[in-house]
Every structure is written in C-alpha cells, then in structure tokens.
Design a protein around this ligand. Structure first.
Ligand code: G4P
Length: 529
C-alpha cells in the first residue's frame, strides 16, 4: 500500500478508553457514544443490570450469571471524519489488572466524573496509571440533570487531587431541575437542553453569542446569571491549550448528562478534533516505532479466555502500532522467534466477532491463542525488537490458595503460572514455605481463577485469608546488596509466576520500614513484561 494511504488511515484514528469510578456513568456514556457513532439504533441495548437483559459485551457464562462484564470489549465506529476505537475497561467488581493494562493500549482517555460526587477513589487510581505515559485526558462532568456541586469547585478538585489543569470548554447553566443547557466557550454558543431525548440524538437549539436577546427570551433570569458566570470563568480558569492537552498537563472539561444524552456529542467533537492519532511506542531498542512505519508491528495487552462458549479458545488482543494487518499475512512473535501466518484475526463489536480483512495502527485485532501468546508479546513483520511499557501492576488483594485434593499440587501450580502469564491473576511462592499466594487487583479475579482452574485444569481449589497488604517487585543495581537483602528479608520474599523476586508486605508500615532500611533496593509497583 502507498505511504500516503497508510498515513490517511492513521490520521483518521482515535483510540481511547473511559476511566471513572463505578456508577459515574461510564456504561451510559458508552451507550450514547455508540448512538452518536450510529452503532446502535436505540440506546438502551448495552446493558440492563437490573432489567436482566444481558449486555452485548457479556461473554462468559459467569459474566452472564452476574450480569457484569469481565472482558474488555473493543468498539469501532466512525464519527465525523474520524474512525474511533473505544476500548471498554472492566469496572465495578470485575475491576482487574486488565483495566489498568487497557490504559496502556490507548492514545487518550475520557474521564467521567459524577458532578454530585466529584473526584472518587477509583478515578484517582486510574489516573495514576494514565500518568505513566502522560496520556491526554478529556473530562466529562456527568449527571447535570441532578443537582451537582459548584462547577468551579469541581474543577478545583480535579486540579488539586489529580494534578492536572482544567480548561472548561462548555459551562453549565443550572443543574438538576434547573438544568438549561451549556455555553460553549470556544464557539461562543449556548446550546439548550431538552428533556426526554435520552434515547435519540438531541435536536439542539443553538443561540449564537452571549449578548443575543434570544438568550433572555429563552433563559429568562438565567441569561444574566450565565453572562456573569462566564466572565468569572474566563477570569478564573485556564484557556484550552492543545499542546498542554497533548502533554497530559491540561484537560478540556465538558458538562452534560449521559442519561439525558446531552453534551456527549460536544465531548466527542473535542475528542476527534484534539485527541492524538495513534502514537509512537517505545521499544527495547533505541528507536520508538511510529504509526507511519509501513512495517506491521503491535503488542498484546490482554488475553481473554472463553469469550464465546461455542469457541472454547483464548483470544489475545493486539494493539497495532505500525503498518497494516492484512488477512493471511505472516508475522513474527518476537519472544518465541516464530513466524506465523494469521488469516483469522478478529475484530470486535461488543461481542459480535467477525474476521478482519485489514486493520491499521490504533486498531485492536484478536489473535487466536492456543496457549502460546503472553501478555506483553510483540509481533512484527520480521524484526526482533520488543515494545516496552506493558507492565504488570502490583496486586492489591491477596489470598492463600489451597487444594481440596493435595495430590494435584503440580497441576495447580501449572494452572496458576499459565493464568498469570495470561494476566488473569498473579501468583507468588514464598521463599520459606510451600504456600501459594494469589494476588489480584480486583476481587472478581479470584472467582475467575477458581472457576478456570476447575474447568480448564481440573483442580478444585479454595481460598484462605492471608495477612498481606501489598507486594512490590524488588531489584538492585548492586548484586551483593540484593543477595544480602535476600537473606535478611527472606521471610517476606516470594517469587512471582515469572520467577521475579517480590517483597510481600503484611502492612503498609512494614513496607515503608523495609524501604527505609534497604535504600539500595528498588521496590516497584509495576513490572515490565
Ligand atoms: P458505570 O458504568 O460508570 O458504573 O455507570 P452507569 O452508566 O451504569 O450509571 C450508573 C447509574 O447512574 C445508572 O443508574 C445510570 O442510569 C445513572 N446515570 C448515568 N448517567 C446519568 C446522568 O447523566 N444522569 C442521571 N440522573 N443518572 C445517570 P442505576 O439506577 O444505578 O442503574 P440502571 O439500572 O438505571 O441502569
């Protein structure tokens, strides 16, 4: 293919994910985004936690039983002149390392905040992960159809807690019963809100200019209030600056209601205009790889088992970094050095699998995996470099795992190591005991692992509580110091699934003490694959 057509494909693409605290409205906004992308005729088909109707992205039997989605689905849709890839991040109870790792496969993020609640815990954690790569962030303040907190105070909180400057792009007029619409600061337009249009694309009434008398006609007393507020906002907040946005230092902020389907399109317009096209990726060699490079390359950020009960296989999700995927092409799996011909890569539309003929940088394709692909694997057109920056994240929850039938210890270990290579869970073997400790980022991962051990490895296992607060991978430039540390801190050390040395801390205080006591040892909470 010609270089310019590859560049055109690259220039069109925007690959992003949503970060938010549970219940802030991620699912609702995803649904409205897809409505605007014309992927669903009528909003309301994505989920129905309470209605019992299963979400389109619910694949596994277990997910269906619980009405939640364990998987990261990938949705692609056109919007204006762009082609948008939205990577859904597992949330709620299904929160897992996959949620974190998905954030390493996108070029920008949408942060959704509940306007009544402000910045919440999960958002803080997810933002931390996006800071590893300074991913550009767009913010949507949601639930304006309810009484929200003072908008200026919300922006202050984002700036203080998340350490990112805010540039309001739209500004709300009232909230709750008095929500009238928003004023677009860059376009100098007031867009009026109508209730009852949550399930279709809103017909918008737009009033140009703040001095327009039509504003007084339509808004009454709110018109002057708006004028005053905008003066205040212009004085008190940061103007939008695209470079600062791309550097991850400033976030454009939109206000609206996902449920009322108002403001989502303003945000999407901003996203396709400003969010970066597929970005270059660092490698273990000197050069990073640009999306315009015509040779195919990509990395695996997620492996999903049994997405479709009719196909009992695993699918590895590959983010394309450069070049073009074409059906039937050969690619090299760098870790194993094997060249494989791929003619059945998958694309996803929230659960519908179909085979792709071609795909471009920024796109996600699914590779069938019979146990040979691992998280972090690089695929290339034949070169031998590896992408960096696809980490393991230190687990936050720990259990000891015990067999019902002690004779199956070997199978248990094999299963756990494989599941940890797949990124489903992490396993730690203390140096001084025969315990097996399972660590996870989200609580549901524990159930998934027991379920899979039973169905795929035929071992019955149960969990016991264990007194572990956190884990850190340890390393040192000084081999001697590391040996000494290994001896002295043996009681707290374990090997993970890849035989990497890990410090297992019973309390956070214990961890800080260890860090103080051994200044030559590095304790890290992410580890590269
Ligand atoms: P999540 O994926 O981030 O967890 O949030 P989700 O979209 O499921 O939204 C959580 C709850 O908040 C849902 O209500 C949803 O309807 C509501 N919600 C989302 N956006 C808005 C909004 O703009 N305004 C208002 N008022 N509510 C909003 P629920 O009753 O918990 O669930 P459901 O059974 O109605 O779906």
């Amino acid at each position: 293919m010609s270089e310019s057509s590859l560049q055109n494909e690259v220039a069109k693409r925007r690959t992003f994910a949503i970060i938010s605290h549970p219940d802030a409205g991620k699912t609702t906004i995803t649904e409205k985004v897809l409505l605007h992308g014309q992927q669903i005729q009528k909003a309301g088909t994505i989920k129905g936690k309470k209605s019992g109707q299963h979400a389109k992205s619910d694949w596994m039997q277990m997910e269906q039983e619980r009405g939640i989605s364990v998987t990261t689905s990938v949705m692609q849709f056109p919007y204006n002149n762009a082609l948008v890839n939205l990577l859904d991040t597992p949330g709620h109870e299904d929160f897992s390392e996959d949620t974190y790792r998905t954030l390493t496969a996108v070029d920008s993020c949408l942060m959704v905040i509940d306007g009544a609640k402000g910045v919440e815990d999960r958002t803080i954690k997810l933002m931390e992960v996006t800071r590893l790569r300074d991913t550009p962030i767009i913010t949507f303040m949601n639930k304006l159809d309810r009484d929200i907190r003072d908008p200026l105070e919300l922006l202050d909180e984002v700036e203080d807690v998340l350490k990112i400057m805010c540039a309001p792009i739209t500004w709300p007029i009232g909230s709750g019963k008095n929500f009238k619409g928003v004023y677009h600061l860059l376009k100098d337009e007031t867009i009026l809100y109508k209730t009852g249009q949550g399930h279709r694309i809103q017909e918008e009434t737009i009033i140009k200019g703040l001095d327009n008398p039509e504003l007084d006609e339509k808004l009454g007393v709110w018109a002057d209030e708006l004028r005053e507020q905008i003066e205040l906002v212009n004085g008190a907040s940061n103007p939008f600056d695209k470079e600062l946005f791309l550097a991850g230092e400033l976030t454009p902020v939109f206000f609206g209601t996902a449920l009322g389907n108002f403001g989502v399109d303003h945000m999407l317009d901003g996203l396709v205009d400003w969010a970066p096209r597929p970005q270059p990726r660092e490698t273990d060699q000197q050069d990073s790889v640009s999306a315009d490079n015509k040779d195919f390359s990509g990395f695996i950020f997620k492996i999903q088992a049994n997405m479709d009960p009719r196909h009992r296989d695993r699918v590895a999700f590959l983010r394309i970094v450069s070049g073009k995927y074409e059906k039937g092409m050969k690619m090299r799996q760098v870790r194993t050095g094997k060249d494989v011909r791929i003619s059945d890569a998958l694309t996803f539309l929230a659960g519908d699998r179909s085979h792709v003929e071609e795909a471009y940088p920024g796109d996600i394709i699914g590779l069938h995996n019979h146990g040979t692909i691992q998280i972090g694997d690089t695929f290339t057109a034949g070169e031998d470099f590896k992408f960096s920056g696809i980490p393991n994240f230190a687990p936050e929850l720990f259990r000891r795992i015990r067999l019902k039938d002690p004779l199956k210890q070997k199978q248990l270990l094999k299963g756990l190591v494989q599941l940890s290579e797949e990124g489903a869970v992490q396993v730690f073997r203390p140096l001084i005991s025969n315990d097996l400790i399972v660590g996870a980022v989200g609580v549901l991962q524990f159930d998934v692992v027991v379920h899979r051990l039973r169905t795929e490895y035929k071992v019955d296992a149960v969990y016991e509580n264990i007194n572990v607060a956190t884990a850190r991978w340890v390393s040192s430039k000084d081999e001697k110091k590391l040996d000494e540390f290994r001896r002295k801190a043996e009681a707290n050390l374990a090997l993970d699934g890849g035989d990497n040395l890990t410090y297992i801390a019973p309390t956070m205080v214990n961890l800080s003490l260890a860090e103080e006591r051994y200044p030559d040892i590095e304790f890290t909470h992410t580890r590269e694959h």
